[in-house]
Design a protein around this ligand. Structure first.
Ligand code: GDP
Ligand code: MG
Length: 436
């Protein structure tokens, strides 16, 4: 009986470990959410199974429930899977950078090529747009109109039916006119089609683009996945552009695409206007897929609990005057886990734009971290032994100057002194008491 009682209690307070039992309901709910967001059902099933295997047996901290913890684990894993590595677009510092866009008809290639041209122009690149869609005269006109709106030249050959030649001539034109960035808009088809693939592959082989971007309409569900797979096999590409995220779609197809094609998402677009182009943030899409509101606030709460628990432990050490460089490092890691300082601050409404140009230095955190990491265990626990030669070694080992190391140790000593003083004044009870 006691055992049973204990189990119920654990469920309520969230102490204990993740088990099949205490997370099954949450997993079912999340699976439904993923399917609603257009994630392919096989992908959803596999994803949840993988996360479950990894999560079972994990300890549940303090007052969060197993359901909350598994949700947070899922959110983190989803973010990781959507993210991948190296999402920046590659731009050659000298010579010509060529960007080629491929994808089905109607996915938003032509619109996106103008958006990208506008963005790169604002970064002081000299851009040339190339109309290599030879099947629809309207497509060439469409690009010309867009080019005029953003004041970017458009290269086209009126009576040519040869997109490879158009691309080649465009590069020559760029060379002669000292334009360093060429964006090639290619022809799509409504469905996967051998000729379209051959044509795109031929242009790619001839031009050897710096970046080939696959453009996909987020509203098209399983079609998006199939076309990604086909273009990946027949043409291959360096990155993905997701369009029409302003619609109802929650973007679940991105997870399905990433399950079959290991290429990073580089941009998203959410609107027909030419300024709606954004770099890709995996955590934002994860929130959207999981249905914004509820789940995200739940995840935030779970995160807060985890942080609070760590803060509490730190508090105990502070009171016992046992705060050392290891604790210092832990604190920095906690800060970093919250994202870059700049991005956190810029999310505060009203503050974001005002502070955009202010100099908030995340590098400083990295520096402090690297110095502490170059200390031995003994030095971290007992900073008093940090003499001149040790400091020199640490500076060299962490790639910092001796002044940097001295400054950090000085700050740390002052902090310790202050902690001691506070503890003394408050009769050892500590002034920084977290329990309000
Ligand atoms: P292409 O055939 O791949 O060149 O596609 P287009 O660039 O011609 O775009 C097809 C349609 O989708 C046009 O009506 C665009 O205005 C529209 N479109 C493109 N991108 C977006 C977007 O991000 N959001 C919305 N709502 N519409 C878009
Ligand atoms: Mg087009």
């Amino acid at each position: 009986l006691t055992e049973k009682f204990e189990r119920v209690l654990k469920k309520v307070t969230g102490q204990g470990r993740l088990t099949e039992e205490n997370i099954s309901e949450t997993l079912r709910e999340i699976r439904r959410v993923l399917l609603d967001a257009d994630v392919n059902y096989k992908v959803a099933k596999q994803f949840i199974e993988d996360v479950k295997v990894k999560a079972l047996g994990k300890e549940v901290l303090t007052s969060i429930t197993p359901g909350q913890l598994i949700t947070k684990i899922i959110y983190d894993e989803l973010t990781r899977l959507l993210g991948g590595n190296g999402a920046e677009i590659k731009l050659n510092p000298s010579g010509i950078t060529t960007i080629m866009l491929i994808g089905l008809q109607g996915c938003g290639k032509t619109t996106f090529s103008a958006k990208l041209a506008r963005l790169l122009k604002s970064k002081k690149r000299d851009v040339l747009l190339v109309a290599a869609d030879v099947y629809r005269p309207a497509a060439v006109n469409q690009l010309k109109i867009l080019g005029k709106q953003i004041d970017v030249p458009v290269f086209s050959i009126d009576d040519s039916k040869d997109p490879v030649k158009i691309a080649e001539d465009a590069l020559e034109y760029a060379r002669q006119n000292k334009l360093n960035t060429v964006i090639i808009d290619t022809a799509g088809r409504l469905h996967i089609d051998e000729e379209m693939m051959r044509e795109a592959a031929a242009i790619k082989a001839k031009v050897n683009p710096t970046e080939t971007l696959f453009v996909v309409d987020s509203m098209t569900g399983q079609d998006a996945v199939n076309s990604a797979k086909a273009f990946h096999e027949k043409v291959d590409f360096d990155g993905i552009v997701i369009t029409k995220l302003d619609g109802d779609s929650r973007g679940g197809c991105v997870l399905s695409i990433r399950a079959v094609v290991d290429r990073p998402v580089k941009f998203v677009s959410a609107g027909e206007k030419l300024d709606s182009i954004e770099v890709f943030y995996p955590d934002r899409l994860a929130s959207r897929i999981l249905g914004k509101g509820d789940i995200v606030s739940l995840v935030e709460k779970a995160q807060q609990q985890v942080d609070e628990k760590e803060a509490e432990e730190l508090q105990k050490k502070l009171m016992a005057n046992k705060f050392d460089f290891d604790d210092f490092l832990k604190q920095i890691k906690m800060l970093k886990k919250m994202g870059s300082l700049k991005s956190i601050i810029s999310m505060i409404p009203g503050v974001g734009s005002a502070i955009k140009n202010a100099d908030i230095d995340d590098k400083q955190l990295v520096k402090v971290e690297s110095i502490i990491q170059s200390m031995t265990k003994e030095e971290r626990r007992n900073p008093k032994i940090l003499n001149g030669s040790r400091r020199k070694r640490i500076a060299r080992g962490s790639g910092n100057t001796i002044q940097d190391v001295n400054r950090l140790i000085k700050q740390f000593n002052e902090m310790q002194k202050m902690i001691k003083m506070i503890n003394k004044q408050s009769g050892g009870r500590g002034m920084l008491n977290l329990k309000k």
